[in-house]
Every structure is written in C-alpha cells, then in structure tokens.
Design a binder for this molecule. Structure first.
Ligand code: NAD
Ligand code: WQD
Length: 339
C-alpha cells in the first residue's frame, strides 16, 4: 500500500518515512519545506535502502494535491504538515490558523474526491485542558481551553476530522496525541533541526552541548514537582514513528474516529533531562534558573494504556537511548542538515 505523508521532510515525518519503507509501504511525501530540508529525505532513502516519491508543494494547493492523488494509488494519508511553534503562533495567529486548518481541509477535500478515506493526524497533548489530573487519558481527560493558537489549531483540526468521519461512515481517522518527542534515528543521519533558537528543551540542551549556545535557561524551579522543575513525558521519535505504523494497521480493520495518546507514561523533570544527557554523553550542560515560561504546566504525562491495548504499541526506548541518539545526530551534524 502507498502512504501519502504530508510534512514528511520534517522531524517526525522523516522518521516515520523510514519505518514505513522498512515495513514495505510505498511512500509519497508532500512538503513545502517551510520548516525542513529535502536532505532529510535523501537520508531517509539511504537508511531504508529504498526510494520514495517527493513533491515540493503546499498542502493548501488543491490542484497540486489532486494531481498527486491522480498520479499515485494512495491507500492512506498521514498528515504531519503544519506549523508547530507555540510562541510564534501567539504572534502570528492568522498564519497558524490558515496553514494548519486550511491544509487539513484541502487535504480531506482532495482525499474525498479521490476515494481515499483513511487519515492519521498529528495531534498533540496540548489539546488536553490544563486542569486535568495526571495521567492524561483519551476518554477520561478534558480537552479544550487551549492556551495558544497552535493548540487551538490542533483542537479544531481534530473536530474537523471527527465531523468528517461522522458524516460518512467510510472514513477512518486516527487522532494521535503526541507527548514530547525527542531523540533521533540511531544512525545519526536524521534528527531534529530547528531553525533559529530552539523552543523545546532537548534541542536546546543538545545545542548547548555542541557549543552553539552557552547555557540552558531552566524555566522555573518552584513547581510542585520532585525538584521544582517542569515534568514531561518524553518519547523517542522512533517509538513515535512506529506508533503511526501501528495506527495504519489498526485502521485497516476499523472505521470511524479513534484517538490515541503516544507517550511513555513516565515523566522526567528538566533537571532529570540535563543530568541524564550529561551522564550518557559526557558533555557538561551549564544552566541557569530563570522565571517560569508563561503557559507552562508543572507536570504532564500520558496514560499509554489505550494505545497498548488497541494498537499493540508501547514505547521501547528509554531515557538513555533518547539522550544517546540525540547526541549521535547533533555531534555528527553540528549545524543540522546544513553541516
Ligand atoms: P516539523 O516542522 O519538523 O515538520 C512539519 C513539516 O510540515 C515540515 O517539514 C514543514 O516544512 C511541513 N509543512 C508545514 N506546513 C506545510 C504546508 N502547508 N504544506 C506542506 N508542508 C508543510 O515538525 P514535527 O515536529 O515533525 O511535527 C510534525 C507534526 O506533529 C506537526 O503537525 C506538529 O504540530 C505535530 N506535533 C509535533 C510535536 C513536537 O513536539 N515535535 C508534538 C505534538 C504534535
Ligand atoms: C519541556 C520542559 C519547559 C525549554 C511543547 C508544546 C507542545 C508540544 C511539545 C507540539 C518544560 C522546560 C524548555 C528551555 C526549559 N508540541 N524548558 N528551558 O512545553 O512540554 O511542549 O512541545 O505539539 O504543544 O507546548 O515542551 O520542550 O518546550 O518544554 O526549562 O529552554 O522544559 O518549561 O517544563 P512542552 P518543551
């Protein structure tokens, strides 16, 4: 079966393309490279030893999407394409709503036109409200009350897809809520390559380690956690990628809407991450405690039980693996794909 992967040149998309190719799926990527490099796809093909098809197009371009569906016999879509920087979404809300909502709507219209009804969507733990108790579960935790436009785009795209599946029982949609993806392919050939100053913790730590930044700012040490710093559910990106393959396999036998958390169920603090990275890589990470970052929660982690039961999927990599593979990528590619 051929899988259309939107945003396939990006961080999670590229790792998922590797897993798909290695499982024998044909892969067609559409990406406008707004936040990625086509080099990632060359490396994907190198790792897998197989070719994929790539179109440098915007998913909002209906004509381009129709042409791709006409050219390839697509069985299923994984929709990664989107803008994802929380802070940027606050200053550029219209760009975020335009890109993330219109890409989803255009994609679904084109899918409908071409008889493709299976879609896996990159959602986020950010759709859960901030007032839940942990762990977050698909059925038991509240969603909504998002704190930024990025989060709302994920919430709204979930609703658009849910309504689409409700309107036509032939659709199968899997809403995958990712927790905190980190790490890289163990080969060190592909990984996360943020443009500008990294927003997220792990890319920041690894850029300090390689000497691109002089220290890490730790956003608050007065949270109600074991060491006062924020706790999150970090998941190895290869485990996350395999969750998508499991979702595709699940969808073959199920119609309608399904929602799955992709997390490990274990939380680590910012300082746990710093210490683990130092221990595994031998690199010192100087840090300074600064004020809390607005909008941050003390603790966020998943219940991974539903994914284990229904997808037969469970994260395999541990924190040491995540740190080792992050460093393999960063040290082999100090300036990312521009190295
Ligand atoms: P990424 O920026 O590396 O990948 C997104 C890709 O989509 C990029 O290659 C970008 O060029 C492409 N893209 C964006 N808009 C496009 C458009 N209109 N047309 C075509 N291509 C377009 O981000 P990522 O970390 O790989 O995230 C993938 C998806 O997962 C995103 O939807 C993101 O919101 C979601 N997500 C990410 C995280 C995370 O922490 N990385 C967590 C939860 C959810
Ligand atoms: C993790 C912890 C920070 C950077 C975000 C998005 C979420 C999802 C994943 C897409 C927190 C602390 C961070 C730094 C720090 N993305 N930190 N210094 O905030 O859990 O989630 O990425 O869907 O929507 O909100 O991840 O990596 O930014 O932060 O101390 O320089 O590290 O305060 O406790 P977060 P993160």
């Amino acid at each position: 079966m051929n899988v259309l992967v939107t945003g396939g040149a990006g961080y999670i998309g590229s790792h998922t393309c590797v897993e798909l190719l290695e499982k024998g799926y044909g892969v067609v990527v559409v990406d406008n490279l707004v936040n990625s490099s086509a080099k990632s796809l060359e490396r994907v093909q190198q790792i897998a030893g197989k070719d994929l098809a790539f179109y440098e197009e915007d998913v909002r371009n209906r004509g381009a999407m129709d042409a791709i569906f006409e050219k390839h016999d697509i069985g299923c879509v994984i929709h990664f394409a989107g803008l994802k920087a929380v802070g940027q979404s606050v200053s550029m809300p219209l760009e975020y709503y335009d890109n993330n909502l219109n890409s989803t709507i255009t994609l679904c219209q084109s899918m409908k036109e071409h008889g493709v009804r299976d879609i896996v969507f990159s959602s986020s733990a950010t759709v859960y409200s901030g007032d839940n108790t942990m762990p977050l579960s698909e059925a038991g935790s509240r969603t909504g009350m998002c704190t930024n436009p990025y989060g709302w785009t994920k919430y709204m795209c979930e609703q658009i897809l849910r309504d689409t599946a409700f309107s036509d029982k032939d659709w199968s949609i899997a809403l995958l809520r990712y927790f905190n993806p980190i790490g890289a392919h163990p080969s060190g050939l592909i990984g996360e390559d943020p443009r500008g100053i990294p927003n997220n913790l792990m890319p920041f730590i690894s850029q300090v380690a390689i000497g691109r930044r002089d220290h890490l700012s730790v956003f608050g040490n007065d949270y109600d956690t074991h060491d006062g710093t924020g706790v999150r559910d970090y998941i190895h990106v290869v485990d996350l990628a395999r969750g998508h393959v499991a979702a595709i396999e699940y969808m073959l036998g199920h119609r309608g809407e399904s929602v799955f958390n992709l997390g490990t169920g274990t939380g680590y603090s910012v300082l746990d991450m710093v210490k683990a990275f130092e221990r595994v890589t031998g690199q010192k990470i100087p840090y300074e405690i600064v004020d809390r970052r607005p909008g941050d929660l003390a603790t966020v982690y998943a219940s991974p039980d539903k994914s284990a039961q229904l997808l037969g999927w469970k994260a395999q990599y541990n924190l040491e693996d995540m740190c080792r593979d992050t460093w393999a990528w960063q040290s082999k590619n100090p300036m990312g794909y521009d190295s």
